[in-house]
Design a protein around this ligand. Structure first.
Ligand SMILES: Cc1cc2nc3c(=O)[nH]c(=O)nc-3n(C[C@H](O)[C@H](O)[C@H](O)COP(=O)(O)OP(=O)(O)OC[C@H]3O[C@@H](n4cnc5c(N)ncnc54)[C@H](O)[C@@H]3O)c2cc1C
Length: 387
């Protein structure tokens, strides 16, 4: 039987950030991960999976000691954000209104994960089991014990489930989820652009789903096309040339000249765990909640879970293993994640139809929101994780 303070299952962005921050508190950490990402090389084409990382998440990555390394790889700051349905009824946000140099960054998920995994190597109190997975979980009031498929039996004070949306650890702990499949899927499309690197991300709502542009480093961009599952399937079957023509027909002209270089599609599912912990097993990130990605909030919420859990443990001092901490964590994080999920569902519901009066009202609302002064500023601060 081996012992540690904290066992983290899953070393994605959330699990790896948690490992670094808890190791910095002096706790002994074990990380169990089934699959490590391919190492970074600058000549690699940009990955399809990218995230809008908020200012608050940048702060957390810096605290974890990974931000500097990320800046040496590749990322794209964005300073402006614009959303509209009908021309002339847009809401615009600008970093300058908050006195910030940027609203956030678009970064490949794999690079965030790699920067954190590299940082983990600096801590002698982090030990990694990879490739490995958990076979069995048992617990009593003091400890949780994991049996790994490499034969290790590991006893920890806390087991943190960071193993993503289909979390096996969540299932082993007996925690159920509520689940809702949106009637839209989404397609991520990487493009080479005629324009030089941009600093704006924009999204146009259409009744069949939003069309969005995220700037990537250099003359590159990421398009997000939300539509019915059948339509996304048809788009996925097209050649890059045919898809380029289809995007030209259905995206705003402001995209300019471009060529499709890669594509992939994803179903959209909202999940929320019925509990954020069961005994000594605590859920963080996608293991606890997934959200409609239309406002790019998923991993930013996950990082807020991480910040909350680390703060609770650090504040508890020598009582860091007290069971009450898990309850406190759930009380703080559940309502915040639920609020953001509900906000996204409101956007999804209000914009995914062609009902005339509703269409007028939602465009009026976007236009009014643009002039809402302090309210608009508050909404932006919330979206950036700054309140
Ligand atoms: C189309 C799309 C666009 C998105 N855009 C954004 C965005 O712009 N901004 C944003 O904030 N979020 C966005 N998200 C959400 C974001 O991608 C997720 O919230 C984030 O990846 C979750 O990170 P995680 O570490 O919790 O889980 P994951 O990234 O799923 O990581 C889980 C880790 O656990 C490992 N693992 C899995 N099972 C096991 C096991 N049994 N044992 C051990 N290890 C295991 C996996 O290999 C992986 O490394 C988007 C999501 C989608 C689908």
């Amino acid at each position: 039987m081996e012992h540690c303070d904290i066992a983290i299952v899953g070393a994605g962005m959330v699990g790896a950030a948690t490992a670094c921050l808890l190791a910095a508190e002096g706790l002994s950490v074990r990380v169990i991960e089934t699959r490590l990402p391919e190492p970074y090389a600058p000549e690699q084409p940009l990955d399809l999976r990218v995230c809008a990382i908020s200012q608050a998440s940048v702060g957390l990555l810096a605290q974890a000691g990974a931000w500097q390394a990320l800046q040496q790889m590749r990322l794209c700051p964005y300073r402006r954000l614009e959303t509209w349905e009908l021309d002339g009824f847009a809401t615009r946000f600008d970093a300058a209104t908050l006195g910030l140099p940027q609203l956030g960054y678009i970064i490949e998920n794999r690079l965030v994960q790699l920067a954190l995994l590299n940082r983990m190597d600096d801590f002698p109190n982090i030990q990694t089991h990879t490739p490995a997975a958990v076979q069995r979980l048992t617990q009593d009031s003091e400890h949780a014990t994991l049996l790994l498929d490499d034969g290790t039996e590991l006893r920890a004070r806390w087991v943190l489930a960071c193993d993503g949306a289909e979390s096996h650890t969540r299932r082993l702990a007996g925690i159920g989820v509520s689940r809702f499949e949106y009637r839209q899927h989404c397609m991520l499309i990487n493009i080479d652009t005629d324009f030089a690197q941009e600093d704006i991300t924009w999204q146009q709502f259409t009744p069949s789903g939003p069309r969005a542009f995220l700037p990537l480093p250099g003359q590159h961009g990421s398009l997000v096309w939300y539509d019915s599952p059948a339509r996304i399937r048809a788009l996925s079957a097209m050649s890059n040339e045919a898809l380029t023509a289809e995007v030209r027909r259905h995206f705003p002209a402001r995209l300019g000249g471009f060529a499709v270089t890669g594509k992939g599609s994803f179903p959209l599912v909202r999940r929320h765990a019925n509990d954020y912990h069961a005994g000594r097993v605590v859920l963080l990130g996608d293991a606890a909640h997934t959200i409609n990605p239309l406002a790019g909030q998923g991993v930013n919420l996950g990082f807020k879970d991480v910040a909350c859990w680390v703060e609770l443990l650090a504040r508890a001092g020598s009582d860091w293993h007290e069971m009450a901490l898990a309850e406190r964590y759930a009380r703080r994080r559940r309502p915040d994640n639920l609020l953001m999920q509900s906000g996204m569902d409101l956007f999804y519901g209000v914009f995914s139809n062609e009902i005339g009066p509703l269409r007028f009202a939602r465009n009026l609302a976007l236009s009014l929101a643009d002039k809402a002064g302090p309210l608009k500023e508050m909404a932006l601060r919330y979206a950036l994780g700054l309140v």
